[in-house]
Ligand binder design. Structure first.
Ligand code: CA
Length: 268
């Protein structure tokens, strides 16, 4: 099939026509590459968990759960989805993105302008931190800085010790700013992000903010038996949550109130 196509292409070329050179090419449009995805395995996930943050560390999943009155930070068992340990948040806080850095869990809140720091082993709150944006959305880290989103197309790098923002990225794709950047995960030097209210996962260059690749997971629900978004409270909502286990090169994804969590392969 490929050979036929190539042959057909060759036949149609005029011998007099000079081959296109890079200088003849139009200016680069920076259309993101298509990132294919495959489902490797499916695991149970607490359907009551309105997932806002997801990370994998030393064999366990850690999750930040949203919604006022239902928010918590938790450690779960991958294969069973069982909650092994959790710390409930005060009902005035809505849990958002979280990340694990130097033995501590950092967690954003949605509109409360306050971040919480927990001891990784005990999940006990040990400190708080500030962030400058009106809303907190997704979070990851690069081993040095907290990296977070706020629902716009911006991603901020914050020094956890000083609270200073040391770098900002404006996320753009071929159409301009890519808004509603949500849950984040740093994978092999790129930021992977859920884009709220879409079934997309974006792969973002950490130097330029450009979306270099994009995965469309719109058939994931059908493939895994997750019902379409109904709008009913507590029913499966948007795709949200990306976790990476660097030790085994596994990527896990889930959604808000999804009864399943999937290991997937993302390739481009
Ligand atoms: Ca994550």
């Amino acid at each position: 099939m490929l050979i036929t196509a190539l042959a057909a292409c060759k036949d149609s070329e005029s011998p007099d026509e000079p081959a296109a050179t890079p200088t003849d090419a139009p200016a680069a449009v920076d259309v993101p590459a298509i990132m294919s995805y495959d489902i490797v395995t499916q695991y149970p996930h607490d359907p009551a968990a309105f997932t806002e943050g997801l990370e994998f560390k030393d064999g366990y999943l850690y999750e930040s759960i949203g919604q006022y009155g239902l928010s918590d930070i938790r450690k779960t068992e991958l294969t069973t989805g069982k909650v092994l340990k959790s710390t409930k948040m005060d009902a005035k806080y809505f849990g958002e993105g979280m990340t694990i850095l130097n033995g501590r869990i950092y967690q954003l809140t949605y509109k409360e302008g306050k971040g919480f720091v927990y001891d990784l082993a005990t999940l006990k709150q040990v400190a708080t931190f500030s962030f400058h944006t009106p809303e907190g959305w997704g979070m990851t880290n690069n081993g040095t800085h907290l990296i977070f989103s706020d629902g716009s197309n911006m991603i901020y790098f914050q020094d956890p010790a000083t609270g200073q923002v040391v770098k900002q990225l404006s996320v753009t794709d071929e159409r301009g700013p890519a808004y509603q950047i949500n849950e984040l995960e740093l994978i092999k030097g790129y930021i992977y992000a859920n884009q709220w209210q879409t079934d997309r996962i974006l792969k973002i260059d950490t130097s330029t903010g450009k979306v270099v690749a994009r995965a469309d997971l719109s058939d994931l629900r059908q493939r895994t038996g997750i019902p379409p978004i109904s709008g009913y409270e507590g029913a499966p909502d948007v795709l949200n949550g990306i976790a990476y286990d660097a030790a085994t090169n596994r990527i896990f994804i889930t959604g808000k109130n999804w009864p399943k969590l999937m290991e997937v392969k993302l390739d481009n």
